[in-house]
Design a protein around this ligand. Structure first.
Ligand SMILES: NC(=O)c1ccc[n+]([C@@H]2O[C@H](COP(=O)([O-])OP(=O)(O)OC[C@H]3O[C@@H](n4cnc5c(N)ncnc54)[C@H](O)[C@@H]3O)[C@@H](O)[C@H]2O)c1
Length: 277
């Protein structure tokens, strides 16, 4: 092979649950720029449709926005039918749906600190984090892999987190839910390999977005102690920006990564690989 490009993504149908979020918009833009068709799924219809209209106008590709709670299988089935009627069979599923919630987060950096509240985290908060990060991706893979099996080709990319791979303070529930998704990714990669479907995960490090702003920035815009600590321990000495993982995601979904399955690619500025000494 001597023609290295993302041209194989042109005309492919990419379904992107969570595509209306901070990182999702960046990935949706990257796929549209490569000429892929897109079904962007968020929770807010207007937001999804506005993003679709913007990408369509800029890149001249067929992009549509849908709104559904993807943890609700029955509602998701209806959206899948709409996607099929409007755009066809799915080639690539990018699960960038997920996120943390404040109610499932402990309030102390260290166990010695006052106000440790692990015991106060409500079961509902734990369930919500697992639904958002794990069940959401399980559901979409169950439904959309059927299209890929029909084509005998496909790619599933689950966006997890470095929190799934190593313990971080505060985010025990989120870490566990993402670790479950990591495990499921590997299991599914084995299960679907005979159908020529590749399944991988991309684990971002610390990116400054809505979901973690309350942990990393103070109301006056300066960094919290945690934000400062992260930057000081990141070899590339900054937080990630939404554009920082576009290239890795495109590569993982393109035929350039045709022998990649069951793998996790970490995009984190080196933070998970730094011993601190
Ligand atoms: N931002 C970071 O630093 C960071 C780091 C590691 C991993 N991640 C992961 O990357 C992904 C994207 O993060 P983000 O910062 O863009 O988050 P975000 O909160 O901006 O976006 C999340 C998106 O998921 C959608 N969503 C949530 N629950 C849903 C549901 N039940 N049904 C349908 N849609 C739903 C929201 O509408 C939104 O579009 C998440 O999975 C997150 O856990 C983010």
């Amino acid at each position: 092979m001597d023609n290295f490009s993302f041209n194989d993504l042109k005309g492919k149908l990419v379904v992107m649950p969570g595509g209306t979020g901070a990182l999702g918009i960046s990935l949706a833009t990257a796929f549209a720029a490569c000429g892929a068709k897109l079904a962007i799924i968020g929770r807010d219809k207007e937001r999804a449709e506005n993003l679709a209209a913007k990408l369509k106008q800029k890149y001249w590709v067929d992009v549509r926005g849908y709104a559904v709670d993807v943890t609700n299988m029955e509602a998701l089935k209806e959206v899948k039918m709409e996607v099929f009627e409007q755009l066809g069979l799915v080639d690539i599923l990018v699960n960038i749906v997920g996120g943390n919630i404040e109610g499932a987060t402990t309030n102390a950096e260290k166990w010695e600190e006052q106000g440790l509240n692990f015991a106060q985290i409500k079961p509902d908060a734990l369930s919500e984090v697992f639904e958002k990060n794990f069940k959401a991706c399980w559901n979409t893979a169950q439904l959309f892999s059927v299209d890929m099996i029909a084509k005998n080709k496909g790619v599933i990319l689950n966006v997890t987190s470095i929190a799934a791979l190593q313990p971080l303070t505060k985010v025990g529930a989120y870490s566990a839910a993402k670790a479950a998704l990591e495990s499921h990714t590997k299991w599914l990669s084995n299960y679907l390999a005979s159908e020529n479907i590749r399944v991988n995960s991309l684990a971002p490090g610390f990116f400054l977005t809505n979901q973690n702003e309350f942990l990393l920035k103070k109301p006056d815009g300066s960094f919290t102690e945690r934000g400062e600590k992260i930057i000081s321990r990141t070899p590339l000495k900054r937080l990630g920006s939404a554009e920082d993982f576009q290239g890795a995601a495109l590569w993982m979904c393109s035929d350039l990564a045709s022998f990649l399955t069951g793998s996790t690619i970490v995009v984190d500025g080196g933070v998970s690989n730094f011993g601190g000494i």
